[in-house]
Write a protein that binds this ligand. Structure first.
Ligand SMILES: [Zn+2]
Length: 356
């Protein structure tokens, strides 16, 4: 019995150190993720915020680094549709401090997921976003939307699916300006992606998935349209599909193994749909904690496998949704702490006041 109790301890200090290491040095196996380094920084920063441990980081240095990843308009503004944030300095573009014009490079552009995580990191760091070129970010974002309502990640074209619809909604929400996307087209895309079984896929005709269902429901919530798009019957079917994803933890699709990250993807969706309280918290918590690395900190997708920044972050968020002690509450749609969300609301208040 004592061993069982040990197993259920949440090792906060180890997770703080795990995220600190993510911000300093990563093992060689992370090299392929260099182009999306900003997302790893987001997991670590937002994770430290939820752990109420942001005091361990050098905020001004991180803010400067994030701004150095902003793709700014050139003097002749010929790259406006390529603006946003890039994931790291891998392109070798000259460092800019976001004051002067950007420099032209044929392959340099923002990436929708990096723009989303870059802005989220700045919000978490209590930056006032005054050095974000909002107009350029929104023009760059709008250029990524397809006729069917979905989004590419980059201007050259890429996969286009529900993940990037969610990123786009987060960007518009944080910048408090929806001119960066055609919301009606995005809503139509979400409706067409609803599957016969009640869940939502990455696109029309694709298998329902916990990740894409989160992206769709959270995007609608950020747009303020969650109550308008689906009928009551359709909402009941979506709730039912999500509730049935709980085994002990949650899985993303029927007949797949449970995985720590779905405690957030599906848990947050259920929270947005007002039925998370009907899930079994004890089983969910025990599963998440069974994937905790008791030696180096962090969480893995499965017990006895390697922890990584993504599963560590979403494991902690999954626990936060259930009110785990000492963790800050996570905003289920914007995927940052309620503290960071509240400071964003204050910022929007200041913007609105100064524009009237
Ligand atoms: Zn996972």
């Amino acid at each position: 019995m004592m061993a069982d109790f040990d197993q259920e301890d949440f090792l906060r200090e180890r997770h703080v150190r795990f995220f600190q290491r993510c911000l300093q040095v990563l093992p060689e196996r992370y090299a392929p993720y260099e182009t999306s380094r900003l997302t790893i920084v987001f997991f670590a920063l937002s994770g430290l915020d939820v752990l109420n441990a942001l005091d361990v980081i050098d905020k001004p240095a991180l803010i400067e680094w994030i701004y150095s990843l902003q793709v700014l308009p050139t003097d002749d503004r010929s790259n406006l549709q390529r603006c946003g944030f890039r994931g790291s300095s891998h392109m070798g573009v000259a460092y800019n401090n976001s004051k002067g014009p950007g420099s032209l490079h044929a392959y340099d552009s923002g990436h929708v997921a990096m723009t989303y995580t870059g802005l989220a990191c700045l919000v978490i760091l209590d930056d006032d976003l005054s050095r974000v070129n909002k107009e350029a970010c929104l023009i760059g974002l709008k250029a990524l939307q397809l006729e069917d309502g979905s989004f590419y990640a980059v201007p050259e074209g890429s996969e286009n699916d529900m993940r990037f619809v969610y990123c786009a909604a987060c960007i518009c929400y944080m910048l408090d300006d929806w001119s960066g996307m055609d919301c009606q087209k995005a809503i139509d895309y979400i409706r067409r992606s609803t599957s016969y079984d009640g869940g939502i896929g990455q696109g029309s005709g694709l298998e329902s998935h916990g990740g894409s269902t989160f992206c769709a429901i959270a995007a609608l919530s950020l747009m303020g349209k969650l109550q308008d798009v689906f009928s009551e019957r359709e909402m009941r079917r979506i709730r039912r599909w999500c509730i049935l994803r709980q085994q002990n933890g949650f899985h993303g699709r029927p007949n797949k193994p449970v995985d720590t990250c779905y405690s957030f993807w599906v848990g947050a969706t259920l929270e947005l749909l007002d039925v998370f309280q009907y899930t079994n918290f004890e089983k969910n918590r025990n599963y998440i904690l069974s994937t905790q690395d008791r030696l180096v900190g962090g969480f893995a997708k499965w017990p006895d496998s390697h922890p990584d920044p993504l599963h560590t972050y979403f494991g902690i968020c999954g626990l936060s949704l259930m009110g785990e002690g000492d963790l800050r509450k996570v905003h289920p749609a914007l995927n940052i702490s309620e503290r960071a969300f509240a400071s964003l609301q204050r910022l929007h208040g200041v913007w609105r006041e100064s524009s009237t």
